[in-house]
Design a protein around this ligand. Structure first.
Ligand SMILES: [Zn+2]
Length: 320
């Protein structure tokens, strides 16, 4: 039986995923970090235009990792509930969109979480996968992104991560994390391992933010996925940042760990939209390859990372 993946419009065969961006955002509100307005994506028409550029570049599927707390103002930001807005975008663009669930990181938690038992949080996440998100019938296709705000995992973040792990075991969907300040992904793996989660089903998010090959190799050795989800930085950043990121990619490929590597853009600010001068959702399919060729990578390797790897990460198919 072919593996299936739950999209916002229903289940599809994993073989139909095709070219997949594994970590993006379509609508989100990051203004609990700062009140800039750059970090507020709420324009369905603009999102449609940006996504169509990805589709024209050969994109077929996209994982929207906008988890709980990132949409808590959706009554102000969108004309309909967030999951419905994502489904409408999928129907309009024809792209397969897989939506995440759970909770982002402590700054974005709603107060009721502090009063819930870990198992109650787990049941809530499980329902988002089995029934639908936020009272809608739009089901999550994975759990995440589940994050930590600081250089440590706070007590409430640990409980949410444990709950996510329990929900992962009950539902069988992939679990993705957010870890940007130091080698926190390994602590996340420790917690998930204690909960009995198969680490092949875990994607560690943003490991490129801690530029240490040993960190990345250890994530892979433990069976989890290394998600380099800001590849658009190669286009935008200063040369030092570009070289640092490409060297990290090269080290992973040279170590034979390409089978556990993922690439995405993590579009989460307006300045990342092409309409505002950014790299958009189509930098990886349209313009990354020449930079990868500079470090000795091939088109086949890029396709492995963008087609085979996301399919395996989303379905749990054994590592190559
Ligand atoms: Zn993200």
């Amino acid at each position: 039986m072919a593996d299936t993946v739950m999209t916002v419009t229903g289940p599809i065969s994993a073989d139909d995923l095709g070219y997949t961006l594994p970590h993006e955002h379509l609508f989100l509100d990051l203004m609990r970090d700062n009140w800039s307005g750059d970090n507020y994506l709420n324009d369905p028409e603009l999102a449609y235009q940006e996504l169509m550029l990805y589709k024209e570049a050969g994109g077929v599927s996209l994982v929207d990792q906008t988890s709980g707390g990132l949409t808590s103002n959706d009554q102000y930001m969108l004309p309909v509930k967030h999951p419905i807005a994502v489904r409408e975008l999928s129907e309009r663009t024809g792209l397969n969109i897989i939506l995440g669930c759970g909770w982002y990181r402590e700054t974005y938690y709603e107060p009721h979480l502090w009063r819930m038992k870990t198992d109650e949080i787990a049941e809530e996440i499980e329902r988002e996968v089995t029934h639908g998100i936020d009272g809608t019938d739009v089901r999550a296709g994975l759990i995440g992104e589940i994050g930590a705000h600081f250089t440590w995992i706070s007590p409430i973040e640990e409980r949410v991560l444990r709950a996510a792990g329990r929900a992962q075991k009950r539902t069988g969907v992939t679990l993705t994390t957010h870890a940007t300040r130091g080698p926190l992904g390994l602590d996340q793996l420790d917690i998930l391992e204690e909960e009995g989660v198969d680490l092949h089903r875990v994607v560690i998010g943003h490991p490129q933010s801690h530029a240490d090959f040993e960190y990345h190799a250890e994530i892979a050795r433990r069976g989890a996925w290394i998600s380099f989800d800001n590849m658009g930085v190669v286009e935008e950043a200063v040369p030092y940042e570009q070289e640092k990121l490409l060297k990290q990619v090269k080290d992973i490929v040279d170590a034979g760990l390409i089978g556990q590597l993922l690439f995405s853009h993590d579009v989460c600010y307006r300045h990342m939209y092409k309409a505002y001068g950014g790299h958009g959702y189509d930098y990886v399919p349209t313009r990354l390859l020449p930079r990868l060729q500079e470090i000795g990578m091939t088109e086949d390797q890029l396709l492995q990372i963008m087609v085979d790897n996301p399919r395996r990460a989303l379905t749990g198919t054994a590592h190559a």
